[in-house]
Design a protein around this ligand. Structure first.
Ligand SMILES: Nc1ncnc2c1ncn2[C@@H]1O[C@H](COP(=O)(O)OP(=O)(O)OP(=O)(O)O)[C@@H](O)[C@H]1O
Ligand SMILES: [Mg+2]
Length: 223
């Protein structure tokens, strides 16, 4: 059964069509790689999938939440918020909170968005950092971390919100081959635990290591 059903998404900026007719379904525990040349709208598509960006046409459905491009501002904002409670996002540039420690980055969402007591959020965050292999960096600030460590902190931050689907944008750009392989293993393990992952990547080796379904962003007007 599909966790997310995307139907007929289209997006243009200033009259220039980026993509049209994008329809896809993602099941729980499935990994899908989204590939395509730079500038074709991969990041924009991910942003449309959790309502950070409004598509021009189409719908994104997850259970009883439906994000419709044509909805009024209030209905769209309500659906986008409901969707973002179930969908995590790891940004292309990570966007960690610069003045919070790694641990603070990971507890921020659970404490301030979900209202979890700090006493519960901290041990869970530390366990996630352990799983990512960066527990020893919990009290460091983002600028003190390597690119790969920042990237894993960003994955831990997204996972702390216990998403059902994780959207990940170009996760291997700062990683060497060993780290790329270990990230692929990590994602496979998360998927085995039921997490669905939609991952934008240029990295063919990474995509193969994930043994995921591959999609290419169709040219505007394509399917
Ligand atoms: N808010 C915006 N306003 C206007 N144009 C935008 C906006 N966001 C993105 N674009 C344009 O849309 C196009 C696609 O951008 P996007 O970042 O989605 O591409 P991408 O496929 O992720 O590229 P890359 O592989 O380089 O990350 C680019 O030409 C970009 O300049
Ligand atoms: Mg991009």
């Amino acid at each position: 059964m599909s966790l997310m059903i995307v139907d007929g998404l289209a997006k243009a900026f200033a009259g220039r069509s980026l993509f049209a007719g994008v329809s896809l379904q993602i099941a729980a525990g499935e990994i899908v790689c989204l590939m395509g040349p730079s500038g074709t709208g991969k990041t924009t598509l991910l942003r449309c999938l959790n309502g950070l960006e409004r598509a021009d046409h189409g719908t994104v459905k997850m259970g009883d939440v439906e994000l419709r491009a044509g909805d009024g501002a209030q209905a769209f904002a309500t659906a986008a918020l409901a969707l973002r409670r179930r969908v995590g996002f790891v940004f292309q540039g990570w966007h960690l909170f610069a003045h919070r420690t790694v641990l603070g980055n990971v507890t921020e969402g659970p404490v301030f968005v979900r209202g979890q007591p700090v006493g519960e959020a901290r041990p869970r965050a530390l366990a996630l950092l352990e799983q990512m292999g960066i527990a020893h960096r919990a009290s460091a600030l983002p600028h003190e971390l390597s690119g790969g460590e920042q990237q894993r902190a960003a994955v831990a931050r997204a996972l702390a919100m216990q998403p059902e689907l994780l959207l990940v944008d170009e996760p291997t750009s700062a990683l060497d081959d060993d780290r790329t392989e270990s990230l692929a293993r990590l994602f496979r393990g998360l998927a085995d635990g039921g997490l669905a992952i939609l991952c934008v990547t240029h990295d063919g080796t990474f995509a193969r290591a994930l043994s995921a379904r591959h999609l290419r962003l169709p040219a505007a007007g394509g399917t």
